[in-house]
Design a protein. Structure first.
Length: 349
């Protein structure tokens, strides 16, 4: 017989509340359920999550995995209390990478770590993750919530995400890139989720607080800078399935300058016409505040283009129409050229 004659220390006394964690799982189950898709075999709560590739419609699949975080954009979310969109960022940074390999994102897992679990705030964050999964057609099938007192200051948290996708064998990208291919740029929804250490430095230089009116858009500076990363998965997959797409480049850290060459053969480069699109106000404002040179902007930020598709010249017009019909703003921004390196023409700033 077990007796309980002592009223000693508990895990909760050390700052970890198991009940709060259980309450969070129950709270987010409806959001996770909305992301269910063919192939999902089990819901939240198990020691692992099961996924059936045949159930998802694949016959000879290759798996593709990606992991990422949100970076110091989280600092703005924490400082303003506006945490609802960072979950979308987390998903987007992973699934937009997967689709560049030609893969369809299938499922997603998140890692949420904090010093003290606040169920309501955590639920808002994870419901944002679920929205990102819905928007990209992948299932939120598991994750980890870690309450770690002493590791994080009051109110601080961190996020990491992990996504797995698949494509049929032989369908991986990049493939078939040749000189003369057309570069189709898809408009970004702002800064997305990279470069925020510099963004925060520039905001500090400006003397504005997060609650100040945004100089280039409606809303507060904090709200506008927390605009979530755009999800390109569904339109990109439509384009891939239509044919003529040879490569995709997700424009994240390293900007246009670093990311486009990653999907080009070593002996090929690109010509980009900077007059093909208008750089959004946020980038003009930051360039002005920091007196930033054009090359620095191009290798740091997306500058208004969040994804580039490298497409066959004879299918460029039809793919532009397809992507436009799917809701994207499309810029014909240049071509693939013989010889390595990117040559810019026109003017960004």
């Amino acid at each position: 017989m077990m007796t309980n004659s002592k009223n000693g220390i508990t895990y909760a006394d050390a700052g970890v509340d198991i009940d709060a964690g259980n309450a969070l799982v129950e709270r987010i189950k409806p959001a996770a359920k909305r992301t269910k898709r063919p192939g999902v075999m089990s819901g939240l709560g198990g020691f692992g999550a099961l996924f059936d590739l045949k159930g998802a419609g694949y016959t000879d699949p290759i798996l593709v995995a990606a992991t990422d975080g949100v970076g110091t954009k989280l600092r703005i979310a924490i400082d303003t209390g506006n945490v609802d969109g960072v979950g979308v960022d987390l998903v987007a940074m992973c699934v937009n990478d997967l689709v560049c390999q030609g893969a369809e994102p299938l499922f997603f897992l998140d890692y949420f770590a904090t010093g003290k679990l606040e169920t309501e705030e955590a639920a808002r964050i994870i419901e944002g993750i679920a929205r990102g999964c819905e928007g990209s057609g992948c299932a939120l099938i598991g994750g980890e919530t870690a309450e770690m007192p002493g590791m994080y200051s009051d109110g601080d948290f961190d996020l990491a995400g992990f996504s797995v996708g698949a494509m049929e064998r032989g369908m991986d990208l990049p493939s078939g890139v040749v000189a003369g291919d057309v570069l189709l740029g898809l408009a970004s929804d702002g800064v997305h989720s990279n470069g925020y250490s510099l963004v925060r430095k520039l905001v500090a230089m400006s003397g504005l607080g997060w609650e100040a009116n945004c100089p280039w858009a409606d809303g507060t500076l904090g709200e506008v800078l927390l605009t979530p990363t755009r999800l390109y998965v569904k339109p990109a997959l439509q384009a891939i399935r239509a044919g003529g797409v040879h490569a995709l480049a997700h424009i994240t850290g390293g900007g246009l300058t670093e990311n486009l060459p990653r999907v080009l053969p070593e002996d090929l480069g690109a010509e980009i016409n900077l007059d093909a699109w208008d750089m959004p106000g946020v980038f003009k404002w930051m360039a002005d505040i920091g007196s930033m040179a054009e090359p620095e902007m191009l290798k740091t930020f997306n500058c208004g283009v969040g994804m580039i598709l490298v497409v066959s010249a004879d299918q460029a017009e039809s793919l532009k129409s397809l992507l436009g019909d799917a809701g994207e703003t499309v810029y014909e921004m240049g071509r693939v050229t013989a010889g390595a390196g990117i040559d810019y023409s026109g003017q960004l700033l």
